[in-house]
Design a protein around this ligand. Structure first.
Ligand SMILES: *Cc1c(COP(=O)(O)O)cnc(C)c1O
Length: 361
C-alpha cells in the first residue's frame, strides 16, 4: 500500500493506528460486551466536558449534521421559537434544519470574520418576544473562528432560554466545562477533535430538558428522547449501531485520556497551528482571520496577493507528497484551509511547509 496521506482537513481526520485497529473486531450489537462498550462510551463522553448527573450522553448513528437535526427536532416543540446565531456555513445549516422541520426560527448574523457579539445577543433577546431557544456554533469550521461560548451562555441563561451548541469541531480539545456552563445540549461527532472514525455523533443533553421531550420529534430515527430512553432501559441502541465505529471511538476516548485530556490535546493542536501559521506567513500566505478570534483547529489562508491561485493544482501537488488540504468555504473570497486537528503533530507541519515552499516558489 502507498504511504498513507495525512488528512489536514476539518474531518474525517487522520486517526491513530490503535483507533483503527479497534475496528478489526465484530460485535453483536445486543450482546453484553457491546452493551458494556456503549456504557463506557456514554460515561467517557460526559467526562470530557465534566458533565455531572444532570446531563446524559446520547449517541446517534450518522455524521455531525444528523445529531444537529436530531437535537433540533427533539428539543423544539411546536411552540418553541429558535434564535440561530450565525457567522458561517454551520450556523446557516442550523437555520436550514429548523426551517425544514417547520419550527419557528429567526437569525442574528455576523460577517464570517467576526465573532458573535454577546451584547447584541442580549439586545435581541430583550427586543424579540418569545424566544425559547438559542443555537450557536462554538468553533465555526467554515473559517476556524472561535465564538465566545461562556459569554453567550451567560446571556442566554439570564433570559431563561435554552442553549443548543454545535461543538462539532471543539469537543475534545477546546475547554468546555459543564460544571459552570449553562447549556441545554452540546452536540459533536466522532471524527473531529476526538480523533475517531466517522459514523457516530452524540448529544450531551440536560436530563431535565430531554425528559420533557417525549414524542416531539417528527422523525423516529432522529428522536433523541426515544434513543435515550432505549439506552437507559436496555443499554442497547434502538437500531443497528455502527459497532466498529463505536469501538474505535471508545479507543479514541481512552487515548484522549492517556494524552492528558482536552487541555493536552489543545496544546498539541496549538503547537501545530503555530508552526503552520508562522511558516505560511513566511511564504507569503496570510491568515484570513484576526488572531484574536482564531481557534487552533483549522486555518483559513488567503492566496498570495497579485499572483494567480489554483486550488486544484496546489491540492494535487500536496496530495502527491502525502498531505490532503481543503478548499475554502467562503462565499465572497477565495481562500483555502489547512486543518490542525487529528493524529498529527508539529513535525508533520514542518514537513508540509518544506513541500509547500517547493511547490509555491
Ligand atoms: C463538521 C461539522 C458539522 C457536521 O458536519 P458533518 O459533515 O455532518 O459531519 C457541523 N458543524 C460544524 C461546526 C462542523 O465542523
Amino acid at each position: 500500500m502507498a504511504r498513507e496521506k495525512l488528512l489536514l482537513t476539518p474531518g474525517p481526520l487522520t486517526t491513530r493506528i490503535e483507533t483503527r485497529r479497534a475496528m478489526l473486531e465484530d460485535w453483536g450489537s445486543r450482546d453484553a460486551p457491546f452493551i458494556a462498550l456503549t456504557a463506557e462510551l456514554r460515561r467517557r463522553l460526559l467526562d470530557v466536558v465534566h458533565a455531572g448527573d444532570d446531563f446524559v450522553a446520547v449517541p446517534l448513528q450518522g455524521s455531525g449534521t444528523f445529531i444537529v437535526e436530531a437535537a433540533l427536532s427533539t428539543l423544539l416543540d411546536r411552540d418553541a421559537k429558535l434564535l440561530v446565531l450565525a457567522n458561517g456555513a454551520y450556523g446557516e445549516r442550523m437555520l436550514k434544519i429548523a426551517q425544514r422541520l417547520g419550527r419557528s426560527v429567526e437569525t442574528l448574523s455576523w460577517p464570517e470574520d467576526q465573532a458573535i457579539d454577546p451584547a447584541k445577543v442580549a439586545a435581541a433577546l430583550s427586543e424579540r418576544a418569545g424566544i425559547t431557544h438559542v443555537a450557536m456554533v462554538h468553533c465555526e469550521t467554515t473559517t476556524g473562528l472561535l465564538n465566545p461560548l461562556a459569554e453567550v451562555a451567560g446571556v442566554v441563561a439570564g433570559h431563561r432560554a435554552g442553549l443548543i451548541i454545535d461543538a462539532m469541531s471543539s469537543f475534545g480539545a477546546l475547554p468546555i466545562d459543564l460544571r459552570s456552563l449553562p447549556v441545554t445540549a452540546l452536540l459533536a461527532s466522532s471524527n473531529k477533535c476526538l480523533e475517531g472514525a466517522p459514523g457516530v455523533a452524540f448529544g450531551i443533553v440536560a436530563r431535565s430538558a430531554l425528559a420533557r421531550c417525549a414524542e416531539i420529534s417528527p422523525s423516529l430515527s432522529l428522536d433523541l428522547h426515544d434513543q435515550w430512553r432505549a439506552l437507559e432501559s436496555s443499554g442497547q441502541w434502538r437500531f443497528t449501531p455502527p459497532v466498529q465505529v463505536v469501538a474505535a471511538l471508545v479507543e479514541a476516548l481512552r487515548l484522549l485520556e492517556a494524552e492528558g485530556g482536552p487541555s493536552a490535546r489543545l496544546r498539541r493542536y496549538q503547537a501545530s497551528f503555530d508552526v503552520l501559521a508562522g511558516g505560511m506567513q513566511r511564504l507569503g500566505f496570510e491568515l484570513y482571520l484576526d488572531r484574536a478570534v482564531q481557534a487552533p483547529i483549522i486555518a483559513t489562508f488567503r492566496p498570495r496577493a497579485g499572483e494567480p491561485f489554483d486550488f486544484d493544482r496546489l491540492h494535487a501537488a500536496l496530495s502527491d507528497k502525502g498531505f490532503i488540504i481543503y478548499p475554502g468555504k467562503l462565499t465572497r473570497e477565495e481562500t483555502f484551509r489547512i486543518g490542525c486537528i487529528g493524529a498529527v503533530e508539529p513535525a508533520d507541519f514542518e514537513r508540509l511547509l518544506i513541500e509547500m515552499r517547493r511547490i509555491t516558489i
